[in-house]
Design a binder for this molecule. Structure first.
Ligand code: BTN
Length: 327
């Protein structure tokens, strides 16, 4: 009911009377009044005027399921949205839900993670209320070796979503760090579960530094937040909604060819490593070269400086560094 009330109030140009809400939702005035009070307690500014009704003034920085669902215009992504104020990890939680049969496109979201997971077993720090951790469950009928490309697809959506919302000059450090002004603003962790040779689920987890103002010492020269870059706080739900909508669109493009053919040009327009020197850190084979871009499988094409050979660097196995900075 919260989702529906938010939808009706947002879509109205003027006040919405209590009676209108009762009619649209088929519930009593008392029930409406209770939900309106609950929304106010959560931080929504809702004006109530006698004989006119309710009007939503300012959307609070709320990240829960009703806020997201009431604003989404997607068919698949976010069909179910699950929210907890605190959870171990939105990826781990969604994996548990997937095992219990959660549907394709389900999304988990939280205000805080106590055991946020980063790549390579690292910890992802998610302070309460200032970061955005969310995960998307996909059950695609594709070959398992194609699943890692979804990391690049969501990275593209994050970079483009943030650029379009705030005008920030976002870029991607291959394969999937989203970067603003040379510092990381978002990390992505994709995890796959198999049944025999088939994909059971792919969980795409996204962590965005939204309103944090300080970072641990060891991250301070590598990480930033939207708030630090913009000079003002952001409404976290705006970002999630925009990214989920972009992902729905680009996921369909990906599914058509099961590779990045339809997205490669867009991806290149954000790729910060393109035509830059990189150091490829691969167990047993570290080398320097110039990154020329990605191919349709999402591999990074690198021209080695030592022997001039062109290598395809596979996202799952290696990491790369810029020669002079993090990117
Ligand atoms: C990285 O190391 O760059 C990847 C970080 C991924 C963090 C996100 S936050 C939401 C989701 N849940 C997790 O436990 N991790 C991912």
């Amino acid at each position: 009911m919260k989702t529906k009330i938010l939808q009706v109030l947002r879509n109205a140009d003027d006040y919405v009377s209590g009676q209108q809400l009762c009619d649209e939702l088929g519930v009593s005035r008392t029930a409406i009044w209770k939900v309106i009070n609950q929304l106010k307690e959560e931080g929504y500014e809702i004006e109530a005027v006698r004989n006119r009704g309710y009007r939503i003034l300012e959307a609070a920085d709320v990240l829960d399921a009703s806020e997201i669902k009431s604003r989404l215009h997607t068919q698949l992504i976010g069909k179910e949205v699950y929210y907890q104020s605190e959870i171990d990890s939105t990826n781990s939680w969604l994996k548990r839900l997937a095992e219990d049969g959660a549907c394709d496109g389900s999304v988990t979201i939280a205000d805080m993670q106590s055991r946020g997971k980063g790549r390579r077993g690292r910890v992802w720090v998610t302070p309460f209320g200032t970061s955005i951790p969310f995960s998307i469950l996909l059950r695609p009928d594709i070959r398992p070796d194609r699943a890692s490309m979804l990391t690049l697809v969501i990275g593209l959506c994050v970079a483009q979503g943030i650029q379009k919302l705030y005008g920030l000059d976002t870029g991607i450090k291959w394969p999937n760090d989203v970067v603003v002004n040379g510092k990381k603003i978002c990390g992505i962790l994709t995890e796959m579960t198999m049944q025999a040779e088939y994909i059971d689920s792919v969980i795409v987890g996204v962590g965005i530094n939204a309103n944090m103002q300080e970072f641990p010492q060891e991250l301070s020269d590598k990480a930033t937040s939207l708030r630090n870059e913009l000079g003002h706080p952001v409404k976290r739900a705006d970002i999630v909604v925009r990214i989920l909508e972009l992902f729905e669109e680009k996921y369909q493009i990906f599914l058509k060819t099961q590779d990045l053919t339809g997205l490669i040009d867009e991806y290149h327009s954000y790729l910060l490593n393109k035509d830059k020197e990189v150091r490829v850190l691969q167990p047993g084979d570290e080398y320097t070269g110039v990154a020329r871009g990605i191919d349709a499988m999402g591999d990074l094409i690198v021209e080695r400086s030592d022997n001039g050979r062109t290598e395809k660097v596979f996202a799952g196995e290696v990491s790369i560094r810029g020669l002079y900075s993090y990117v």
